[in-house]
Design a protein around this ligand. Structure first.
Ligand SMILES: Cc1cc2nc3c(=O)[nH]c(=O)nc-3n(C[C@H](O)[C@H](O)[C@H](O)COP(=O)(O)OP(=O)(O)OC[C@H]3O[C@@H](n4cnc5c(N)ncnc54)[C@H](O)[C@@H]3O)c2cc1C
Length: 324
């Protein structure tokens, strides 16, 4: 068997794991693995949840990607601009190009605040380091009032994160002696507070015990930053003093520029198997933003267990893909 040239796009959780697993399983004789990452910094995104409440600053949740990769994996720091599927080449923004036999796309999701009118001016979130710091500063100045917490759009990564934020906020305002002056409402886009019914049944009484209100079937349509109101597609209008909404997510520009995305830039997958539809691709991620994935995460270890390369030249991972 000739040596395969494998390129992994993205040095996040998915790309780092798959690159390390591939070299461990295949060894240098069977494959040469290269990770291409925009920043060369690996970010532990769950850490951003704690930043608004005075937790460690964003830098604390970053590490050099090089230190997390096997020494057998090469790392290129730079922006991949386009995938030339016909030529089996990744073209970089700086003009360089990287040929591949097999390609793994693990470039995550792109935040798209501009897709909801009023969002960029009015809403806070904790889905980027900068936004988490801004929310920390807003909370430091918060003296009570109406707080709305929810999601601007679906799909989004880490479905429990806004609920976790809600409980942390409740604790935070209690500690500051502001709970009596604070009304907290959790907005859910579906018919219960969480996608998984058993989790929802567990969490709902916990919200109610703490005096946290919940509003179901609230899918954000628009925000009026002057009137300080948010309106749902279902026709409900709610006022706020502080608005915390997970921002809209879309597929990354690289996927769009390469003609691999659907209307929102996601790589389309089969709902049942999560395999990509464009060609017989292998999906290996855990938090694919599909209704199915919300209930039953796929195994990140599938590629590893097969002990072989995917049959196709491209594998799409995690937040690059969507079922539907
Ligand atoms: C607040 C918060 C809390 C979370 N909590 C949890 C949790 O408790 N449990 C859990 O399992 N998950 C959690 N998640 C979700 C988890 O962090 C993501 O699912 C995970 O990071 C996705 O991994 P990924 O490799 O697909 O993408 P990412 O980790 O986003 O990595 C993508 C990488 O691709 C790079 N990239 C993108 N475009 C290009 C390009 N054109 N060229 C080169 N490089 C590029 C980026 O720089 C980045 O390094 C949370 C997320 C957030 C925001």
């Amino acid at each position: 068997m000739s040596k395969r040239e494998i390129v992994v796009l993205g040095g996040g959780v998915g790309g780092t794991l798959v690159a390390n697993l591939l070299v461990r399983k295949l060894g240098r004789r069977q494959a040469h693995v290269t990770v291409i990452d925009r920043t060369g910094r690996h970010v532990y995104q769950p850490g951003w949840l704690y930043v608004p409440f005075g937790g460690p600053p964003p830098k604390r949740w970053e590490r050099p990607e090089r230190g997390l990769l096997s020494r057998k994996v090469d790392l290129v720091v730079g922006e991949a601009q386009r995938i030339d599927r016909a030529g089996h080449v990744v073209q970089m923004a700086d003009g360089a190009s990287y040929p591949y036999d097999d390609l793994v796309i693990a470039t995550g999701a792109h935040l798209a605040p501009d897709t909801i009118p009023g969002y960029a001016e009015a809403a806070h979130h904790f889905y980027s380091p900068e936004a988490a710091v801004r929310l920390r500063d807003a909370l430091a100045g918060f003296q009570g009032g109406k707080v709305l917490i929810g999601v601007a759009d679906i799909p989004y990564k880490c479905p429990p994160a806004p609920l976790e934020f809600t409980f942390l906020l409740d604790e935070y305002v209690r500690k500051r002696g502001l709970r009596e002056r604070t009304e907290i409402t959790y907005l859910s886009p579906i018919n219960r507070v969480f996608t998984i019914e058993s989790v929802s049944n567990f969490v709902t009484p916990l919200l109610e015990e703490r005096g946290i209100q919940h509003e179901e079937f609230f899918n954000t349509e628009s925000i009026d930053p002057v009137a300080k109101t948010v309106t749902s597609m279902e026709g409900t209008e709610l006022g706020y003093d502080l608005l915390v909404l997970v921002p809209p997510h879309r597929g990354v520009p690289l996927v769009v520029n390469s003609g691999l995305g659907d209307a929102q830039g996601w790589i389309p997958t089969d709902k049942q198997t999560l395999q990509t539809k464009a060609e017989p691709l292998l999906e290996t991620g855990t938090s694919v933003p599909s209704p199915m994935a919300a209930r039953r995460p796929t195994s990140k270890a599938r590629l590893w267990r097969t002990g072989s390369l995917p049959r196709s030249p491209v594998a799409a991972m995690d937040m690059s893909t969507t079922g539907g």
